[in-house]
Design a protein around this ligand. Structure first.
Ligand code: NAI
Length: 278
């Protein structure tokens, strides 16, 4: 059985819904009879996406980093549908090579979309969803980079670590509200071949999942009531993910240097840890 918010006639709002994972989730929910709103800042892909969705989706040009734009999204959703049952704060962006000393504008763009976009979505829709008094789900899209902080893109990693922290806090806050049937979930895709990846890699590498696989796993894990929905891909198994996360935490617990996974002095220890039996 699906999460109770997934029902015919219920409403899903999906940011970054014109492409990739957001669009795949929109298609899956539309095929279950849900009424869909996709919000995105890319006019061209929004137009294309509309044609591929069942039903009569609401399509709203939105910049999630702009609170006013997200408030008008809410107003459009309410005037068309009058309710929101699933909110997926999923819009994301990545700029390659943004390091600690890169220009502030690049930092602001990444944090504006990936972190403020989620905060804006939550603040615009969250209390409204609670006040409806019905089951609902808020799904925020994070990243493994927000869990293990690989070197090379600290702005992106911080944005996704922030999404994790925010979503964990949200889950706790929702649990504390009497008779609240809104659940919070952190979706962590693995390597998935989407618009974002196609900008830098022309063809889907064998290691990458399709966005539809992420959508399928999301629905399966929502039905189970999972908070952390961490997707594998064709090269990274659940066991590999668990070990990488464990190694990160052990940097703190064992007093190793930060990000020792990528430290030459720890390369052999890390390799042995990953290869160990238990
Ligand atoms: P995508 O590029 O296909 O989809 C992202 C969508 O967000 C695009 O349609 C884009 O136009 C939209 N967007 C960007 N800035 C926006 C803004 N300011 N306002 C509204 N919409 C905006 O990429 P994908 O992979 O489907 O991304 C979805 C989410 O998944 C992102 O949050 C991304 O960080 C995350 N993710 C993706 C992974 C992957 O391997 N593809 C891995 C881990 C996380």
């Amino acid at each position: 059985m699906d999460h109770p918010a997934i029902a015919e006639g219920n409403v899903a709002v999906i940011t970054g819904g014109a492409s990739g994972i957001g669009l795949a989730v929109a298609k899956t929910l539309a095929s279950k009879g849900m009424r869909i709103c996709i919000a995105d800042n890319n006019h061209d892909t929004l137009n294309e996406a509309t044609k591929s969705l069942d039903g009569d989706p609401l399509v709203v040009v939105t910049d999630v980093s702009d609170r006013t734009s997200v408030e008008s999204l809410k107003n459009e959703v309410l005037s068309r549908f009058g309710q929101v049952d699933i909110l997926m704060n999923n819009a994301g962006t990545s700029i390659r090579g943004v390091t600690s000393f890169s220009a502030i504008e690049a930092w602001q763009q990444i944090l504006g979309v990936n972190l403020w976009g989620v905060i804006n979505g939550l603040q615009a829709f969250g209390e409204l969803m609670v006040s409806q008094g019905r089951p609902g789900a808020i799904i925020n899209t994070g990243s493994k980079q927000g869990l293990t902080n690989p070197p090379g893109n600290p702005a992106y990693n911080i944005s996704k670590a922030g999404v994790r922290t925010l979503t964990e806090s949200l889950a706790h806050e929702l649990r504390a509200i009497d008779n609240c049937a809104i659940t919070a979930h952190l979706l962590v895709p693995g390597f998935t071949y989407t618009g974002m990846i196609a900008k830098v890699i022309a063809e889907r590498p064998p290691g990458a999942w399709l966005p539809e696989q992420v959508a399928d796993l999301l629905l399966e894990r929502l039905a189970r009531g999972d908070f952390y929905i961490i997707c594998p891909d064709n090269e990274t198994t659940e066991t590999i993910d668990h070990r990488r996360m464990q190694w990160n935490l052990d940097d703190i617990l064992q007093g190793r240097p930060a990000l020792s996974r990528w430290h030459a002095d720890y390369a052999e220890d890390f390799r042995q840890f990953m290869d160990s039996e238990d």
